[in-house]
Ligand binder design. Structure first.
Ligand SMILES: [Fe+2]
Ligand SMILES: [Fe+2]
Length: 302
């Protein structure tokens, strides 16, 4: 072995020891720090998937903006959907600190190489779905994301702190909408129950496959990226939701999940997968002139 490669090997070992010590102490890894390639790749995949979920998640609810039942409901929904765009931006920025470009991430979303949460491939069939998504989908997101505020990668954890504050506001607005409908007519109560019947199990699947089918969980926990397993978070969410359902006066369907359905949707076979990606691609293509103008402006002498 040449002398130079011995020195390099020793330096690499020091770097790895430094990384391990930072994780063990519960401190943050920052973009300038050395990190194992597997750690970087895992984070890129997870943060990209999270960012994509935020912006694809704008579509099912955005579908109702023009048909909101009152000006108040329209203003609330517009603000909520805009918040989700902002969450996407914080997360794409966090992902870029790991050496990937926004353009690459967008291409991988559109080509299907990177995924987003399977929940957004279900249609929104009534206005009650806006409430149910706020209550259950944003609620499940909070359950998943509050522990991520303490994740080991600095830019990701800091983005999550602000996102979680806004998500909890989203959950309250959803619950308030459902509570209002439950105080309304029999038809409105039936709409709420029908909506909860459709969204409950897909919301439970947002935590990902059962622990036994989630081979990367242990490594992610060792790296301090994840703090709890999928099944732990799912159980916490079920426990949290039961008293809220009782207070609303809705019945939660059972907790038996069809994992074949989950995998079929993840692989592109859900009711809205093609529509969501086509819509995203069109928005991206339609926005090309904005990106070109911004680039030209940034280059122009001022
Ligand atoms: Fe969000
Ligand atoms: Fe949200």
């Amino acid at each position: 072995m040449r002398e130079g490669s011995l020195v390099t090997a020793a330096a690499d070992e020091d770097l790895a020891a430094g990384f391990d010590a930072t994780i063990a102490a519960g401190d943050r890894i920052e973009p300038r720090d050395w990190m194992p390639e597997g750690y970087r790749k895992t984070l890129v995949r997870q943060i990209a998937q999270h960012a994509h979920s935020e912006i694809i998640g704008m579509q099912p609810e955005g579908n109702w903006i023009t048909r909101a039942p009152s000006l108040r409901r329209k203003a609330i929904l517009l603000a909520k959907v805009q918040d989700e765009a902002g969450h996407g931006l914080y997360l794409y920025s966090a992902c870029e600190t790991l050496g990937v470009s926004r353009r690459d991430l967008m291409e991988q979303l559109i080509s299907g190489a990177q995924k987003y949460s399977s929940i957004f491939n279900y249609p929104t069939l009534s206005y009650a779905d806006v409430g149910t998504i706020g209550w259950l989908v944003d609620g499940a997101a909070i359950c998943n994301q509050v522990p991520l505020c303490r994740t080991s990668y600095g830019p990701y954890g800091r983005a999550m702190i602000r996102i979680c504050k806004e998500e909890s506001f989203h959950q309250r607005q959803g619950y308030e909408l459902l509570a209002t409908m439950m105080r309304g007519t029999d038809e409105q109560r039936a709409m709420v129950q029908e909506s909860v019947d459709r969204f409950w199990k897909p919301a439970l699947m947002m935590f990902g496959p059962p622990d036994a089918d989630s081979p990367n969980t242990q490594q992610s926990m060792d790296w301090g990226i994840k703090r709890h397993t999928n099944d732990e978070l799912r159980a916490r969410f079920i426990e949290m939701s039961a008293p809220q359902a009782a207070a609303l006066g809705v019945t939660l369907p059972g907790n038996d999940l069809d994992w074949d359905e989950f995998w079929r949707i993840v692989k592109g076979g859900g009711p809205c997968n093609a529509q969501r990606i086509a819509h995203r691609k069109k928005a991206h293509d339609d926005g090309a002139w904005v990106r070109e103008a911004a680039t030209a402006y940034a280059r122009s002498p001022r």
